[in-house]
Write a protein that binds this ligand. Sequence first.
Ligand code: NAD
Length: 236
Amino acid sequence: MNPPIRILIHGASGRMGQALSRLSAERDDIQLVAAVSRSKPAQRVVDGVPQFSVAELHGVPAFDVAIDFSLPAGFDAILGLCLERGAALVSGTTGLGPEQRAAIDRASARIPVLWAANFSLGVAVLCELVERAARTLPGWDCDIVESHHVHKKDAPSGTALVLGACAEEGGATPRHAAIRAGDIVGEHLVQFTGLGERVELVHRATNRDVFARGALHAAARLAGRDPGSYGLRDLL
Ligand code: NAD
């Protein structure tokens, strides 16, 4: 059996980070070697996993893949560390700026990188359906309404922007609306409206484990690959 892939989680104390830590413990092919959060950890080791603050990032042990679900302000540091260590990066952090997206492109010449706005299989399928609907319903209004919990910082969501790009591929000109309410994990409605009829395509995530499982799966498959920019579909 191959040795387990050594994973670092960046954004470990967050909602996604906690799901990643819990689910990685269920997999034999993955070993969590470091958990990094913005603040100094209350405990140095939790369930056998060393904990670090971002200020201590350069002291983390060797790892094969970093999984980053943090915030745009923390992204540059983890990308820089992966480049320094020659490690792969899987990131689901949304709200990145154009310079950060350009940095991902440059980094992909040196390390394997996968950034995805959404790690669920359902959204990958929704994207295909949206493009098809847009192509078959020319001239219809296209509206994307996304709903998330009140703590979500960016709007429209990264997923809504990707769905918008899929709609544009099909020839539609999407409009965006965002709702921030309660503890909604993530809902995306893409609505095509014609005269006297309407088509609604909806994805509802009821549990963020779906994103964490997708990211762990992608990390396991990204380790050891050639440098490059990978998409979720390349790895699933
Ligand atoms: P959260 O606020 O619960 O957690 C954020 C984490 O990032 C915390 O651990 C915090 O310590 C860390 N952090 C914040 N600022 C930092 C900095 N400057 N440097 C280093 N670490 C920092 O957020 P969440 O709900 O877990 O979401 C995290 C990110 O993942 C968001 O960008 C969210 O939009 C995105 N997300 C993506 C997907 C997907 O499938 N791609 C799914 C869910 C969430």
